[in-house]
Design a binder for this molecule. Structure first.
Ligand code: NAD
Ligand code: TYD
Length: 352
C-alpha cells in the first residue's frame, strides 16, 4: 500500500509562568493570550499576599490557560505540574518583590527567590525543558552616582545588591548562570528597571500614591524624594521578555529599560497634577528607607541591537492610562487595601 508522508506534528509550546497571579506575570499572560499565539500557558502561583486571582479571572475561560496553585519551593508539586501539562519552557516571575518588606524580614525572600529558583532549575533540568527564563531586576547592580548621568547599568556591571530583596535576586541570578556553565542548561536572564501599569500591588510607589490620593490620604515620600528610577510601562517589559524568550542567546543576560529616568518628586508631581491634588496638602516627607539606592538607570543597547526590542509606550501617556486604570478599578485595589494590608501599612508608615 502506498504510504503518505505526513509532516511531523509540531509540538505546541507549553510555558510554565510562575508568579502569574502577580503584577507582571498576569500582564505577561494577558499579553500572550491577546496576541493569539498558538501556545498553552500554565499559570503557577502560591497566591501570597501579592498574588491575586482577580488579576487572571477574566482570562480563565480561555482554553489555552490553566491555573495551578503551588509553591516554587515545593519540588514535588512543581514536577507533577510540569509533567501533567507537558511543560516545555519556564518563565520565572515568582518572587517576593518589595524592598521595604525585605527590610522588615528577609526570610521569605531567601526562601522564594533563592531556594525557589534552585528548585525550579533542578526540576526543569531533570525534565529537559528547552528554555528557562529568569525574570530579574536592575537592582542586582546596586546604585549609581547622581552626578554622572552618562553612567548606566550594562550587562557587565558587577553585581552589588544593597537590599535583602536585591541580594536574593542576585543570588538567584548566580544560580541561573551556574546552571548554564555547569550543566549547559538553556537559560536566559532579563534584568529590568521599575515597572508601572495596571494590576500593580498598591505597596509600590505609583499605585500606592494614586490610590492614597483617591482615598483622600497623603502620599509618603522617602528622604529628600530625589532618588531616581528608570520607569518602564509593564507591557513593554512583557514584550521584551517575550522577545528574549524567542530570540535570546542561551547563557546571556539582557537588560531592559525605559530610557526614562525620573526622580520620585517628579513622579509625585505628575501624579498630583493629573489627579488635581496639591503638593502642600498631599505630600508628606517621611524618614528615608534604610540603604535606599540613589539611582538606577539601564543601558538597554544590547537588547535593542541584538534582538531589536525597544519600548513602545511613552511615559506621559502611559502614566495617565495607568492612573485611569486605578480610577476605574476601585474595587480591585479597595479589596486589597483592607485586612492584612492595613497591618502592613501601619507597620511601614505609622512611625515615620
Ligand atoms: P508581585 O509581587 O506583584 O508578584 C509576585 C507573584 O509571585 C505573586 O503572584 C506571588 O503570589 C507569587 N509568588 C511569591 N512567592 C511564590 C512562591 N514561593 N511560589 C509561587 N508563587 C509565588 O511581583 P512583580 O512586580 O509582578 O514582579 C515579578 C518579577 O519581576 C519578580 O521576580 C521581580 O523581582 C521582577 N521585577 C519586578 C520589577 C517591578 O518593577 N515590579 C522590575 C524588575 C523585575
Ligand atoms: P518602589 O516602588 O518600592 O520600587 P523600588 O524600591 O524597587 O525601586 O519604590 C520606588 C521609589 O519610590 C524608591 O526610590 C522608593 C520610593 N518610595 C517612596 O518615596 N515612598 C513610598 O511609600 C514607596 C513605597 C516608595
Amino acid at each position: 500500500m502506498h504510504q503518505v508522508d505526513c509532516p511531523p506534528v509540531k509540538a505546541k509550546r507549553t510555558i510554565l509562568v510562575t508568579g502569574a497571579a502577580g503584577f507582571i506575570g498576569s500582564n505577561f499572560v494577558r499579553l500572550l493570550l491577546r496576541q493569539d499565539h498558538d501556545l498553552k500557558l500554565v499559570a503557577f502561583d502560591k497566591l501570597t499576599y501579592a498574588g491575586n486571582m482577580a488579576n487572571l479571572s477574566d482570562l480563565l475561560s480561555d482554553e489555552r490557560l490553566v491555573f495551578v496553585k503551588g509553591d516554587i519551593c515545593d519540588a514535588a508539586t512543581v514536577e507533577s505540574t510540569m509533567r501533567e501539562h507537558g511543560v516545555s519552557e519556564v518563565v520565572n516571575f515568582a518572587a517576593e518583590s518589595h524592598v521595604d518588606r525585605s527590610i522588615l524580614g528577609s526570610g521569605p525572600f531567601v526562601q522564594t527567590n533563592v531556594v525557589g529558583t534552585q528548585v525550579l532549575l533542578d526540576v526543569s533540568r531533570s525534565l529537559g525543558v528547552s528554555k528557562f527564563l529568569q525574570v530579574s531586576t536592575d537592582e542586582v547592580y546596586g546604585t549609581l552616582p547622581e552626578d554622572k548621568p552618562e553612567v548606566k547599568f550594562t550587562e557587565e556591571t558587577p553585581l552589588a545588591p544593597n537590599s535583602p530583596y536585591s541580594a536574593s535576586k542576585a543570588a538567584a541570578d548566580c544560580l541561573v548562570r551556574s546552571y548554564f556553565h555547569t550543566f549547559g542548561m538553556p537559560v536566559l536572564t532579563t534584568r529590568c528597571s521599575n515597572n508601572y501599569g495596571p494590576y500593580q500591588f498598591p505597596e509600590k510607589l505609583i499605585p500606592l500614591f494614586v490610590t492614597n490620593l483617591i482615598e483622600g490620604k497623603q502620599v509618603p515620600l522617602y528622604g529628600d524624594g530625589l532618588n531616581v528610577r528608570d520607569w518602564l510601562y509593564v507591557e513593554d517589559h512583557c514584550e521584551a521578555i517575550w522577545t528574549v524568550l524567542n530570540k535570546g542567546k542561551f547563557g546571556e543576560v539582557y537588560n531592559i529599560g525605559g530610557n526614562n529616568e525620573l526622580n520620585n518628586r517628579t513622579i509625585t508631581e505628575v501624579i498630583l497634577r493629573e489627579m488635581g491634588a496639591s503638593w502642600e496638602k498631599s505630600v508628606k516627607f517621611v524618614k528615608d528607607r534604610p540603604g535606599h539606592d540613589r539611582r538606577y538607570a539601564i543601558d538597554a543597547s544590547k537588547i535593542k541591537n541584538e534582538l531589536g526590542w525597544e519600548p513602545r509606550f511613552r511615559f506621559d501617556s502611559a502614566i495617565v492610562q495607568t492612573i485611569n486604570w486605578y480610577r476605574s478599578n476601585e474595587q480591585w485595589w479597595r479589596d486589597i487595601k483592607s485586612g492584612e494590608y492595613l497591618k502592613y501599612y501601619q507597620m511601614q508608615y505609622a512611625q515615620r
